[in-house]
Design a protein around this ligand. Structure first.
Ligand code: ATP
Length: 381
């Protein structure tokens, strides 16, 4: 992506509603042809950022630039963007083809051109031959495809997608993730995607923007975000993690959980307090006498590929993943290689996550509660 030019710049964007700061001096550059994802928990400001880019919402302060041109005050239909909402907002009384043709008709595109474009879009989204079906009769998956085709038919430079797969069941969602990525790559246009699902973000994106509390916590490639989280929030939100307090004694030497470890990180102050993250898949189980750390197994869950084992180490519960079974009550040793240890600066999030964290599960519970809640105003637009 390094050679691509910058398409959209957000400069110091701030938004507040009823005196509550929702976006706080947000700065972001989006490259042409990039698949970029805003990822974060409910209420962190993802949709608000999308609405600012689309032009549905004017920021209180800051600038939105498209190819260095200031877009402040430019209405949505005059921006080279189109949006797909979670609930698609299709026209139920129109056929599949009429839905796809809608934007082109509004633009007064010649009939033959519309017909050709509709066929091209039907092929792109695998709905060839479904032209005359009523949209109402289509289920979630196909409706999703119609929504994509309709949004792409007008050749937007940028497609904004707000949790577009949120209403689909897991299997369909996975299939559509692959298809969406393929479509984006084949068209080469910029996709700006909003999701709270970390796996979805990791598997589809060129760049992930992790947000919390109206602020960007980290911008990076999926591997950067996973392997080099900037703070405890990112480490907790992306994947499963053990986040513990540590002290950097010197470059590449850190102490945590009562043991001094070699690591790869440097540049911290002598004896600086830090947060240490270790992923569950990076901890090896060894005999007690060989363990850098020792603990007692408190739970074992078979997950198919591995066992998820919770180990009490000095009162802090660690999650580890191993293909070897252990038993509740077993005393085990644990070994952690230097490259499995990642050191982070202390932040406002330090100490807030307690034992091992598995944010996705917490979030699934939360989103079940929130399912079906959606903003109507934009969808009716
Ligand atoms: P979600 O997935 O729940 O939509 P999000 O990260 O997209 O989360 P936003 O929709 O951007 O979050 O909302 C951020 C905060 O701003 C929330 O607390 C929301 O209630 C509030 N908010 C959004 N739009 C408005 C509005 N028009 N008026 C008042 N508050 C709003």
């Amino acid at each position: 992506m390094e050679n691509k030019s910058c398409l959209i710049d957000l400069k110091n964007i701030s938004v507040s509603f009823d005196g509550v700061q929702i976006l706080d001096k947000l700065n972001l550059s989006i490259k042409d042809g990039e698949f970029i994802t805003f990822l974060g928990p409910s209420g962190c400001g993802k949709t608000t950022t999308l609405r600012v880019i689309a032009g549905f919402l004017q920021p209180d302060s800051g600038d939105v630039l498209f190819e260095n041109k200031n877009m402040n005050g430019v209405p949505p239909h005059k921006r080279q963007v189109n949006t797909i909402f979670q609930r698609y907002a299709l026209f139920p009384h129109l056929t599949v083809a009429e839905n796809i043709a809608f934007g082109l008709k509004v633009k007064k595109t010649p009939k033959a051109e519309i017909a050709a474009k509709v066929q091209e879009m039907l092929t792109l989204v695998n709905l060839k031959g479904f032209d005359d079906r009523m949209v109402e009769s289509r289920s979630g998956g196909p409706q999703q495809r119609v929504a994509i085709a309709r949004a792409l038919a007008v050749d937007p430079q940028v497609l904004l997608l707000d949790e577009p797969l949120g209403a689909l069941d897991l299997k369909l969602r996975k299939d559509m993730q692959v298809e969406l990525k393929k479509i984006q790559q084949s068209l080469g246009i910029t996709f700006i995607y909003v999701t709270h699902d970390q796996e979805e973000a990791l598997s589809m994106s060129d760049t992930i923007v992790v947000m919390d509390g109206g602020k960007i916590q980290q911008i990076g490639s999926p591997t950067d975000i996973y392997n080099e989280p900037k703070n405890a929030f990112v480490a907790d939100f992306i994947g499963e993690s053990n986040i513990v307090d540590g002290v950097m004694h010197a470059d590449k030497i850190v102490e945590f959980s009562g043991h001094v470890f070699d690591c790869l990180d440097k540049g911290f102050g002598k004896d600086e307090a830090v947060d240490v993250v270790v992923r569950p898949e990076d901890v090896d189980v060894v005999p007690v006498e060989k363990g850098m750390l020792t603990g007692t197994v408190t739970s074992v869950t078979f997950k198919g590929v591995h066992y998820e084992i919770i180990v009490d180490i000095g009162g802090f519960l660690w999650m580890i993943q191993s293909t070897d079974i252990q038993h509740v009550g077993d005393k085990i040793g644990l070994e952690i290689e230097p490259d499995a240890i990642h050191i982070m600066k202390k932040s406002e999030y330090s100490g807030t996550f307690g034992d091992f964290s598995s944010y996705s599960e917490e979030f699934d519970e939360l989103s079940d509660v929130n399912a079906g809640v959606s903003r109507e105003d934009e969808e009716d637009e």
